[in-house]
Design a protein around this ligand. Structure first.
Ligand SMILES: [Zn+2]
Ligand SMILES: [Zn+2]
Length: 107
């Protein structure tokens, strides 16, 4: 698998700082020639560990996990609601003829 991590220029004075995402195989900033560092692809925090599978920092990873968890929970809720609606439908069908009869007899 190709290394999909991104590198950034660590030079705060550089116009490419927190602006240009370099490829993991790039070594030097094309503007100021600073040695590039592996950074989080989301928040530009320099990555602490050299793990080719990790392209975002621990903080962003925790956030992403959090979001995933929430989406799963939301999905579960939607599923429950759908079940609740399905459970209610037979009741409506049962009640409906009575309602229609009542409306008809009101004429
Ligand atoms: Zn630079
Ligand atoms: Zn991050």
């Amino acid at each position: 698998m190709a290394d999909k991590r991104v590198k950034g220029c660590p030079n705060v004075e550089c116009t490419e700082y927190k602006k240009t995402k370099y490829k993991s195989e790039d070594v030097y900033c094309k503007k100021c020639s600073s040695k590039l560092v592996l950074v989080c692809s989301k928040c530009w925090t320099p990555l602490a560990e050299d793990n080719p599978k990790k392209k975002i920092c621990a903080k962003c990873e925790a956030k992403a996990e959090d979001r995933k968890e929430r989406i799963i929970q939301k999905g579960r809720l939607v599923g429950q609601n759908a079940l609740a609606v399905l459970a209610v439908i037979p009741a409506i069908i049962k009640v409906a003829p009575e309602v229609f009869k009542k409306i008809a007899s009101n004429k």
